[in-house]
Design a protein around this ligand. Structure first.
Ligand code: MRU
Length: 350
């Protein structure tokens, strides 16, 4: 399995996703500030991977702390959480992971400092292993929705590289193929950062899963030609009413799917469901550097002086979503009820 990120004795190690698919190289972080940079610069990306990276960043910061009292450590801990919490605003898994580390810290405050440090490292490592088990459970549920054969479109990368392994949307596809389904993946290239052509294609190709890369503007034509029979994507945040924030371009895919009567599925862990956000209009959308739009592989493609928009995510209204696959089961409309029920259901544990 691809090691997207890993806790090691010498730091937190990440596969450098900005270098894929032509170079497989790794970045080792020895400070929490470096982990924050790795998240901000998208060396690691994808909501669940961002969450576990944040937890490991917090654990690394605490491990390195020179604090001599619990009070001093708490002050440093708060600063670490604050810095890591300012890296990327849309993926709610970042805040979910920080909150989990904060809750853990609270239960440990009376313990000796070395014990606090070790328990936080153990918690982050546990979250890593748990994420893989969650994706496998999600895969088992989602595979039942996949066609026995045909083209399945995905957007961005919601695979092993976006998680600690196996993937969410690509986990559903992997599980369906493991069950003997004959699926051919269509991967939207996903401008401007090209997660589809660089990352989804790379990891599926490595696994021998038949994959065709298309540019984003080809999806409608492929649907019309009957080449795509289902769609499965990941999510960065799902509001209580089932509105889904995911990579920019997902909304267009969902609207096209409705026109062609193709099921549009979202696969995401419960940690991506944000019941505190009532609907998609309240989800903060990250705006990224215009250079991601104006330049491709370092070459300028847009004249100087024009205005650029670069929202990294869009919101797909719940009415376009056929079902939401989680590790605890499948939610269908009305999502306000089904998501609340699944959020209260028993967690997948390891
Ligand atoms: O900007 P990115 O690459 O972090 O965006 C990733 C996505 O939009 C994914 O679809 C989402 O995080 C789900 S990953 C399992």
């Amino acid at each position: 399995m691809i090691q997207t990120l890993e806790w090691t004795d010498s730091g937190v190690r990440f596969i450098d996703q900005t270098k894929l698919p032509t170079e497989e190289s790794y970045v080792n972080c020895t400070t929490y500030q470096q982990v924050a940079e790795v998240i901000r610069d998208m060396i690691v990306r994808g909501a669940p991977a961002i969450g576990v990276s944040a937890a490991m960043g917090v654990a690394l910061g605490v491990k390195n702390s020179k604090a001599t009292t619990a009070g001093e450590l708490k002050q440093e801990f708060d600063k670490i959480c604050d810095v890591i919490g300012k890296t990327r605003p849309t993926a709610v898994n970042l805040f979910w992971a920080i909150r989990r580390m904060q809750d853990k810290f609270e239960t440990l405050r009376v313990r000796p400092l070395p014990q606090i440090k070790q328990a936080l490292i153990d918690e982050a490592k546990h979250m890593h292993a748990e994420d893989i088990a969650i994706n496998q459970a999600m895969g088992r549920h989602g595979a039942t929705l996949m066609p026995s054969s045909g083209g399945v479109l995905t957007h961005c990368n919601a695979g092993a590289l976006a998680t600690c392994g196996y993937g969410t949307a690509l986990g559903v596809i992997r599980a369906a193929i493991e069950q003997g389904k004959n699926i051919h993946v269509y991967a939207d290239e996903t401008r401007p950062f090209l997660q589809g052509s660089r990352l989804t294609a790379w990891e599926l190709n490595k696994d021998g899963i038949p994959t065709t890369v298309i540019s984003d503007n080809m999806a409608g034509a492929m649907m019309r030609q009957g080449k795509i029979v289902a769609i499965v994507v990941g999510a960065d945040r799902i509001a209580a009413n089932g509105d889904v924030a995911n990579k920019i371009g997902t909304y267009s895919v969902a609207v096209l799917a409705k026109e062609h009567a193709i099921p549009f599925y979202v696969a995401a862990p419960i940690s991506t469901v944000d019941l505190e956000t009532p609907d998609g209009s309240k989800i903060p959308i990250e705006q990224r550097n215009p250079k991601e739009v104006t330049h491709i592989a370092g070459k300028q493609m847009v004249p100087d002086g024009v205005q650029i928009e670069n929202p990294a995510f869009d919101v797909t209204p719940a009415k376009y979503v056929t079902a939401i696959v989680t590790e605890r089961g499948i939610a269908r409309a009305p999502y306000t009820e089904s998501l609340a029920q699944l959020s209260a259901a028993e967690a997948v544990t390891i």
